[in-house]
Design a protein around this ligand. Sequence first.
Ligand SMILES: C[S@@+](CC[C@H](N)C(=O)[O-])C[C@H]1O[C@@H](n2cnc3c(N)ncnc32)[C@H](O)[C@@H]1O
Length: 178
Amino acid sequence: MLRDKHVASFTPTSGFAIEKICRKINFNKRNVIVEYGPGTGVFTRYLLAHSTPDSILILIERNEDFAHIMQETFQDPRLFIFHESAENVEQLLLYCNEQQADYIVSGIPFSFLPRPLRELIVRNSYRCLKEGGMFLGYQTFFQIDRFLKDHLDCDFDKVETEICVLNVPPLKIFEAVK
Ligand SMILES: C[S@@+](CC[C@H](N)C(=O)[O-])C[C@H]1O[C@@H](n2cnc3c(N)ncnc32)[C@H](O)[C@@H]1O
């Protein structure tokens, strides 16, 4: 985090928060799941453990060190790992021979991004989700709405917010449904 402010956290997300967020995913079917900002892979490990053998998981990580760590840590045929930025999600899905995703799980710190980039990421995320698909975002709980919630409200049909206190720091979880 000291070398790259976009990492935005000194500690990985807690197991409790991961469980609370991933409970919203239906793992009883084939899914195309995109993860923005996997970091060291705490969500990735959970998603792989619960996904069907024919599901795929596309990881988009902006930090080069983390992208390399992920490539070295995980050898799973269901995984595609990109050292890329989230706004390019549509091209990356096509590269994986997929048109649209069922879920996007996002840990990227929207408060560090300029407004046009926040809008672009949310709009592109909406476009590349299937009907009924979900954007699951987590941010620090003190984040004000204009950084993510307002953008989600603009583009998505239904947005719900929850707080998860069992994390350092506590988190706001957004469930936005297309
Ligand atoms: C708060 S950390 C979350 C790490 C991990 N997912 C966790 O839950 O512990 C945010 C992550 O998002 C990545 N990131 C920041 N901006 C990004 C962007 N525009 N596209 C993709 N990844 C990004 C950072 O490099 C970092 O790995």
